[in-house]
Write a new protein. Sequence first.
Lengths: 135, 445
Amino acid sequence: MSASVHAKAIHPLHAVLLAFPFPLFLGALFSDLAYWSTAQVQWANFSSWLIAGGLFAGAFVVLWALTTLGSGSRAVLYFLVLLAMWLTGFVNALVHAKDAWAIMPESLLLSAVATILSFAAAWIGYSGFSAGGLK
Amino acid sequence: MIRICVLAGILLTVLSGCDEAPNPIQYGSNPELPAPQRGFLPEMVIARPIDWGNDRPTVPQGYKIVAIATDLQIPRQTLVLPNGDILVAEGAGGGAPVLRPKDLIANYIKSLGKSSVKGGNRLTLLRDTDGDGVYEIRNVFADNLNAPYGLALINGAIYVANQDSLVRFDYQDGQLRANGPPATITELPSAINHHWTKAMAASPDGRFLYVGIGSNSNITERGMDAEVDRAMVWRIDPQTGAHKVYATGLRNPSALAIQPRTGQLWAAVNERDEIGPNLVPDYLTSVREGGFYGWPYSYWGQTVDPRTQPQDLEKVRTALRPDYSLGSHVAALGLAFSTSAMGPFAEGAFVGEHGSWNRRVPVGFKVVFVPFRDGRPAGEPIDFVSGFLNDDGRTRGRPVGVTIDPRGALIVADDLSNTVWRITPGLPRVGAASPPGEARSIQTH
């Protein structure tokens, strides 16, 4: 391995998994906004499943990031952002398990935070890590 | 008992608010209504089933309890026929589709507290040929029904409220089996069928049948469109099948009964969940024609439930207060007015309480007697049949329908141990049993 200054891309499978949380959490945010404005409860149901999907794929990404924690400060930051994203998403899933309008307004706030964190995690992850860092 | 809260860890236990809740007085006409509360997890404590063994439910001193039929297939409601035969409706309905990840988890958890037996979808007839209290003859009166629940006998016919239709069997005294498949009188609302039970009572003159139709959700989480024709009582003309909406806003009117003498319709109603262990009280109420009882917009009269959107405050202003609170989450599924043949428990109504699943301290799991005076509920409920929940928090049975045998017995259907219980004043001497006031008072949790 050369001591390249170029960032090394993450493993393709890691990349595929990391592709899930941001669009799913973003979808949940839009779906929550739709429920907020229409009171049509099906939007809240969509959000529930989108969040569940984000958590499912996100769990593997968190574990992957955990295995590579020792490879530098960016890896630590990556893991922490992912973990915060996942925990926010989990609390959001519990909030979405409430019935009807009981999910408001926490659902909107949590979906927004989870979306931002998932975006940040994707940004860090896809920016790559120094060679010898993440595999 | 499973503490679902604990499964999710200590952190979530804190989040879910699994703390000791104060216990407001929630019986009678003016129950305390605490502020709504809900942590990030709903409280769920499922009492796990266990066999009766040699134990029996507890009844007041001087009364006797006997299992007159066991190994049934989910007995729910019973009907005592003029010759003393007992019809038992057996079945399990529902099956609302999963809408959210929550439904998958909740369905699994709730299944832990239920019988694993498949619903019979039939009526079983029990007969005591010599009047000794032993029901020697047991026969399937009719089968291939669809989750039968409400039963009534009027004008020489047996009416059965399936989860999706009202049907009629012609009946002659002493018949052991129906002549054939029943005639369908009318369809009943059954789309989704979240609260599927169709309770039924006949008007004293035999002209009408009242059928209770539960809501399609806890609190509109399946959408307002799913609630068309739900959470109401229909009055049906059995001759034509035509119906009129008799009363609305009754979330789950799971038992209906006619009060003797007055002819007034009463209902036991299950109220909404997930706003705390002490909300909202299930209740017993006289059902006023044209009355609106709040669901989904408000509870206990005009206390607004903000979970229902869009709100309808105009409608809330018309909401009637129920007559008598039975306590939150007791799950009242049976209702029968007593008779003088029941000894000291003559003036009042028996209520079968299936028991809670969404409360840290379980409540219900018994049959209570609500004393009446001058035709109105008066006083605290008294345990009449208890001990379904044992001291270790395991459930041995869960009462559903209660029915008075005019010869002097209370018939209780138990859909967990699949048993029909019969409770009689043990001694024929008048006054042998302890009067209600001396019976063991209800446990307040």
